[in-house]
Design a protein around this ligand. Structure first.
Ligand SMILES: *Cc1c(COP(=O)(O)O)cnc(C)c1O
Length: 386
């Protein structure tokens, strides 16, 4: 038995979050769309050049809004990776769509842009890409495919806040982008999210869907003389308390990203060792991508070696963890996937291990993690078959 000494994640508080929460209380408006919700939207819009941002209670909620905006019919298809969080798919399945899973690239674990076109049918309505670990997908190619087939392009940028592809912020390249501020992400408010509306044709309906299917926003702006039920919708509005906390985080976004970069580079330097060669590989960041250092992972040489490494770390009080079970292999996802397998997804998901990465991790803790990993890999030669 071992108390965890080095957790996988520790939520970081930059400093002024509770001050802003207190300010929100003092202002006397704790519902949605008050001072801090607007301030967060403006900050995101200005910083990333997003035409319109709406804060939501989670990235899941943002994806659900995006799916409603796609106006899907039963049996319409949405192309996406299988190597992702469940919400990427469930948001569209709720609207009656069928997820069509496409394999990933072996270097970034992002959807393989070269396989998308072959998955397009006359039922395809949208593509939803996922920027894994805050590293951008090959968006030029994907945007071109979406344009050619007249598909709505959605970015699940849950992990991609303050990361860039060819200088453009992730979440701002497709028609719609979805951010997460869940406590396990880089910029947090407990539970929270945002919908980036990059294509203005979605502006009006997105506001209505977010506000329970009413035109209340238009009423507040004096565009209609009473507000009423006009469309489907739900409560996709976060409270001012969450927004105030988030404002404190957004103000500290650069220093949070810089610190994660330091931790990331420290791991890379510590682990670039002959012991690793042939036993495991480190993450890749393509030239065109500026990463936000959301994650640091290793790809072990086999599933057996990966599981043994996780166990070894756990025995030493280090919380290293695997990641997604591919959706096409899950009980729900199997209902949608056809005969074909996704070899890269199945292989890499079985070999990936994520190392503890959070703002306050110390150099000593990182050194300890690296030492355990390297010692294990040194001693596991030949034991790597599963
Ligand atoms: C975290 C995450 C989500 C869900 O975000 P919530 O804010 O928790 O709803 C969706 N997609 C991806 C890729 C994620 O990493």
């Amino acid at each position: 038995m071992n108390e965890t000494q080095i957790p996988f994640n520790k939520p970081f508080v930059a400093g002024k979050e509770l001050y802003y929460v207190a300010q929100a209380v003092t202002r006397g408006n704790l519902g949605g769309d008050g001072y801090y919700t607007k301030a967060c939207c403006r900050l995101l819009e200005d910083k990333f050049g997003i035409p319109k941002v709406l804060l939501t209670p989670s990235c899941t909620a943002s994806l659900e809004m995006a799916a409603i905006l796609c106006e899907l019919e039963e049996g319409d298809e949405v192309i996406m990776p299988s190597y992702t969080f469940v919400s990427t798919a469930s948001a569209f399945v709720r609207e009656g769509a069928t997820p069509v899973f496409v394999d990933i690239r072996p270097d970034t674990l992002n959807i393989d842009e070269n396989l998308i076109e072959a998955a397009v049918t006359d039922k395809t309505k949208a593509i939803c890409v996922v920027h894994y670990a805050g590293v951008g997908c090959e968006m030029d190619r994907i945007v071109a495919t979406a344009k050619k087939h007249d598909l709505i392009l959605i970015e699940d940028a849950a992990q991609g806040v303050n990361a860039f592809y060819k200088g453009r912020a992730l979440g701002t390249i497709g028609d719609l982008g979805c951010y997460s501020f869940h406590e396990t992400k880089n910029i947090i408010c407990g539970e929270g999210g945002a919908l980036c509306i990059n294509n203005p044709r979605f502006n009006d309906r997105a506001e209505i869907i977010r506000d329970k299917g009413t035109n209340r926003r238009q009423f507040f702006r004096g565009e209609v003389d009473k507000y009423t039920w006009v469309d489907v919708g739900s409560s996709f509005v976060p409270s001012e308390i969450c927004s105030a906390f988030l404002y404190g985080q957004l103000k500290a976004m650069e220093s949070i990203t810089d610190r994660r970069g330091e931790v990331y580079r420290e791991y890379r330097d510590l682990l670039q060792s002959p012991s690793l060669t042939g036993e495991a590989t480190l993450p890749t960041i393509p030239e065109d991508c500026d990463c936000n250092f959301h994650m640091f992972y290793l790809i072990a040489s086999s599933n057996g070696q990966r599981d043994a490494l996780i166990q070894r770390c756990r025995d030493r009080g280090i919380d290293a963890v695997f990641h997604y079970i591919p959706l096409h292999c899950s009980p729900m996802g199997r209902q949608f996937s056809h005969k074909h397998s996704l070899p890269v997804t199945e292989d890499l998901s079985s070999r990936l291990v994520r190392l503890p990465l959070f703002h306050d991790i110390s150099r000593e803790e990182q050194a300890l993690v690296a030492e355990e990993v390297l010692t294990f890999l040194d001693s596991s030669d030949g034991g790597s078959d599963d």
